[in-house]
Design a protein around this ligand. Structure first.
Ligand SMILES: NC(=O)c1ccc[n+]([C@@H]2O[C@H](COP(=O)([O-])OP(=O)(O)OC[C@H]3O[C@@H](n4cnc5c(N)ncnc54)[C@H](OP(=O)(O)O)[C@@H]3O)[C@@H](O)[C@H]2O)c1
Length: 249
C-alpha cells in the first residue's frame, strides 16, 4: 500500500529579527511549526533557534523576489506547506510639526509599511494553497486620529483596508486574511516613544494573541481587549469631541 507523507506546516514571518516578530517566531516554533524568519539583520535572526532564515529588505522588490525563489525551493526540498504568512515588518516615525509637513518622512513610512507589503504579496501569495492564511500587521492606532500619527496611522489604515479588500478577493481561492491590530507592545519600536502607553503588554503576550487569532481564523485580531475595545468605543464619539480630547493641551 502506498504511504502518503503529509507536508509539515510552515509559517513565514517578516520582521522576525526583533520585537513582536521575534516573539512570534519563537512561539510558532514551540507549537511545532516550521518557521521561515525574515529580516535584514541575519545575526539577530540566527538567535531564533530552529528557524530557517531568509535575509532581505522588504523595500527592495528584487530582494523580495529572490527570497521567494529561495522559499519555493525550501518548501519543495523539505516537504513544507506554507500555511501562514505574517507580514509584520514595519517602522514608525512621527510628524512632529504638522504645519511644516515632512513629506520625506511620510514617504519613508508609507514605503516601508505599505508599498513593501505589496512586494511581499506579489511574490509570496503564489506560494499559498487553499486553506492558507495571511496576517497583515496593522495597528489599533487606526481606530482614532492620534496626534503626530499622520504617517504611521495612514500607513496602518491603508493596511487595514488592504486586508479587508484582499479578504474579499482571496475568499474564492480559499485563502483567509487576518488584520492584526495590537495596542501598545513593549518592543524597540515603542521603547522610543516619549508618551504614556497605557495597558502595554509584552511581545510574548502579543505573540500568543496573534497565534491564537490566526488559528481561530479571526478577520481582525485586536488586543489587549480592554484597551482596543475602549478605542473602538471612543471612535463612536462625535469627531469634534474627539479632536478636543486628543488635542495637545
Ligand atoms: N510595538 C507596538 O506597540 C506595535 C503596536 C501596533 C503595531 N505594531 C506593528 O508591529 C510590527 C512589529 O513592530 P515591533 O513593535 O515588533 O517593532 P520592532 O521591534 O522595531 O520590529 C520591527 C521589525 O520590522 C523589520 N523591518 C523594518 N523595516 C524593514 C525592512 N525595510 N526590511 C525588512 N525588515 C524590516 C525590522 O527589521 P530590522 O531588525 O532589520 O530593522 C524588525 O524586525 C510593526 O509593523 C509595527 O508597526 C507594533
Amino acid at each position: 500500500m502506498a504511504t502518503v507523507t503529509l507536508d509539515t506546516p510552515a509559517v513565514l514571518i517578516t520582521g522576525a529579527s526583533s520585537g513582536i516578530g521575534f516573539a512570534l517566531a519563537e512561539h510558532y516554533l514551540r507549537q511545532g511549526v516550521e518557521v521561515i524568519a525574515c529580516g535584514r539583520n541575519a545575526q539577530a535572526l540566527k538567535a531564533i533557534s530552529g528557524a530557517t532564515v531568509l535575509e532581505f529588505d522588504i523595500t527592495d522588490s528584487t530582494q523580495v523576489e529572490a527570497a521567494a525563489i529561495k522559499l519555493k525551493q525550501l518548501l519543495h526540498n523539505n516537504h513544507w506547506q506554507l500555511q501562514q504568512v505574517i507580514l509584520n515588518a514595519g517602522s514608525c516615525e512621527y510628524i512632529d510639526d504638522a504645519l511644516h509637513f515632512d513629506s520625506a518622512l511620510f514617504a519613508r513610512v508609507i514605503n516601508t509599511n505599505v508599498v513593501a507589503m505589496g512586494y511581499c504579496l506579489e511574490h509570496f501569495l503564489p506560494l499559498l494553497n487553499r486553506g492558507a492564511r495571511l496576517g497583515l500587521m496593522s495597528s489599533s492606532a487606526t481606530y482614532l486620529p492620534f496626534p503626530r500619527a499622520e504617517a504611521y496611522g495612514t500607513s496602518k489604515a491603508a493596511i487595514s483596508y488592504l486586508g479587508r479588500s484582499l479578504r474579499v478577493d482571496l475568499a474564492e481561492h480559499g485563502i483567509g486574511v487576518s488584520v492584526i491590530c495590537p495596542g501598545f507592545v513593549k518592543t524597540p519600536l515603542t521603547d522610543k516613544n516619549d508618551f504614556a502607553m497605557p495597558m502595554q503588554i509584552t511581545a510574548q503576550q502579543a505573540a500568543v494573541a496573534i497565534y491564537n487569532g490566526m488559528q481561530r481564523q479571526r478577520n481582525e485580531i485586536h488586543f489587549p481587549g480592554k484597551f482596543t475595545w475602549l478605542l473602538k468605543l471612543a471612535s463612536l464619539l462625535p469627531e469634534s469631541l474627539l479632536v478636543s480630547l486628543l488635542t495637545k493641551k
